[in-house]
Design a protein around this ligand. Structure first.
Ligand code: C2G
Length: 449
């Protein structure tokens, strides 16, 4: 029996794939098809895969051509498989010509003519390209503009800003002369990175004009308004997603899964620190347009606490080092510490733009602890450490675009599927807004000057 093996993503199965499978089968008597996992595809730059792994496996199975289907999940697995399954022939489309010659050491390698004129990207792009409007004044908009170019089916098409000084040349060319209402008329969805106190009105108007919204956290400066916007999005059947790119970083989302699977036992403490010395003038005043520490870093630092311990803490204590901001309307903190008490755990966060500290995340458990080195909020690496260092485990995951790229893919998928697939659940979004508003209103708060 001649065994043939081939591999692929097989996203949105089309006749190009089927022709490949038919000709692969014809090379021998038994065909094994390796379907790639989402993670493996991410590591090789394929982030726009629409279908989850099992759907893609089912599509290949439904063709009835494969005798066996396996999962391809790591670099170099092909060599393992060829030896493990006693494969005689490896085959793949001619778009890979030469790339798998190294397998000739293990089996025959055959490149089959690729079918012209069809590809998964092609199938995806038949879906209407989504016009993304960028709103605000902050450098994050430049990153979103760049990252959106990696996302099939999404393009940054227009910019609405009241101060373009921080924007890139590319974005400056997209600035609209229109009013915000007119700007909204030209887009299908918006990404908002404006001053937090503007979010409520900008999000509300976008939703009312039937636009999907991705807004930098905090969504609003108070909990009731946040809930109002979440309800409005529900009513309008539009996606309202809070942007905290850390939530979409593979390493971060994997460490959450390991913790939830009991890897470190019961979690007793979560401690997150995020600082960056900036936007505090020589005079010790905050720059005019600067975001306060709690608004810029608070949501990121709150995320692991709320995602690991939940939203129902029993009490909290906020201590803030406040400084004057020229506007004096915005309460500006150079440094804020928040301590939380839960029924069976404690947590703390430290954030600061006027203070420098070690930006690490430590999750302490009854069996061991997770250590994420600075800058933990955009990490590609973490360790799980135990009493016996010989048991320590290290994890590395590729991170492109600090998680923003995958956040945009999730935003687009949510819009396409008409279902909110955000990694940050709405209860946490409301609690974050609540904590920010407690800071703004001095609830449970002591200030040190
Ligand atoms: N294919 C083809 N004609 C097309 C599109 C795809 O012959 N118009 C072939 C590809 O060459 C590949 C298979 O169909 O052999 C699956 O294609 P994809 O799902 O795009 O996956 P790809 O990443 O190209 O798979 O490690 C090998 C890779 O996994 C190959």
């Amino acid at each position: 029996m001649v065994k043939v093996i081939t591999y692929g993503t097989y996203d949105l199965l089309h006749y190009g794939h089927i022709r490949l499978l038919e000709r692969a089968k014809a090379l021998g008597d038994y065909l094994i098809v390796g379907v790639t996992t989402d993670d493996f595809d991410k590591t090789r730059g394929k982030i726009n895969v629409q279908q989850p792994l099992m759907e893609r496996v089912e599509s290949v199975k439904a063709t009835g051509i494969a005798d066996e289907i396996i999962i391809e999940e790591y670099e170099g697995q092909k060599i393992d498989d060829i030896r493990r399954y006693g494969v005689d022939i490896f085959t793949v489309g001619s778009d890979w010509e030469g790339k798998f010659d190294y397998l000739k050491e293990y089996c025959k390698v055959v490149y089959l003519e690729r079918t012209q004129g069809i590809s998964s990207t092609e199938v995806r792009s038949h879906q209407q390209e989504l016009r993304l409007g960028l709103v605000g004044e902050f450098a994050m908009l430049n990153t979103v503009g760049q990252e959106s170019s990696y996302v099939n089916g999404l393009s940054a098409s227009s910019v609405y800003t009241e101060d373009s000084s921080r924007l890139s040349k590319q974005l400056k060319e997209l600035i609209t002369e229109k009013t915000y209402e007119g700007f909204l008329g030209d887009v299908d969805a918006v990404y908002i990175a404006s001053r937090p106190e503007k979010h409520y009105e900008q999000v509300k108007q976008a939703l009312e004009q039937g636009k999907h919204v991705l807004v930098e956290s905090p969504v609003t400066l108070e909990r009731t308004r946040c809930k109002e916007l979440l309800e409005l999005a529900e009513k309008k059947n539009r996606i309202l997603m809070e942007s905290i790119k850390t939530a979409y970083a593979t390493a971060y989302s994997r460490l959450l899964l390991l913790i939830k699977s009991g890897k470190i036992g019961s979690v007793v403490s979560v401690d997150a620190t995020c600082t960056s010395l900036r936007e505090i003038g020589e005079d010790g005043m905050a720059e005019q347009s600067a975001w306060s520490s709690i608004c810029e870093w608070g949501p990121v630092a709150m995320l692991p606490i709320l995602q690991i311990l939940g939203a129902n803490y029993e009490e909290k204590r906020i201590v803030s080092h406040l400084i004057k901001s020229p506007a004096d309307t915005v309460k500006f903190d150079a440094f804020t510490k928040i301590d939380f008490v839960y029924p069976e755990a404690v947590a703390s966060l430290k954030v600061g733009k006027g203070v420098k500290s070690e930006g690490e995340l430590i999750v302490s458990g009854t069996k061991g602890y997770v250590y994420v080195p600075a800058p933990w909020w955009k990490t590609d690496y973490f360790e799980i450490r135990y009493e016996n260092p010989a048991d320590n485990q290290r994890y590395f995951y590729q991170l492109d675009g600090e998680g923003l790229r995958y956040e945009l893919v999730t935003f687009l998928k949510s819009i396409r599927m008409g279902k909110d697939m955000s990694y940050v659940d709405k209860e946490i979004t409301a609690v974050i807004a609540g904590l920010i508003s407690d800071f703004e209103n001095g609830v449970d708060m002591k200030t040190i000057l």
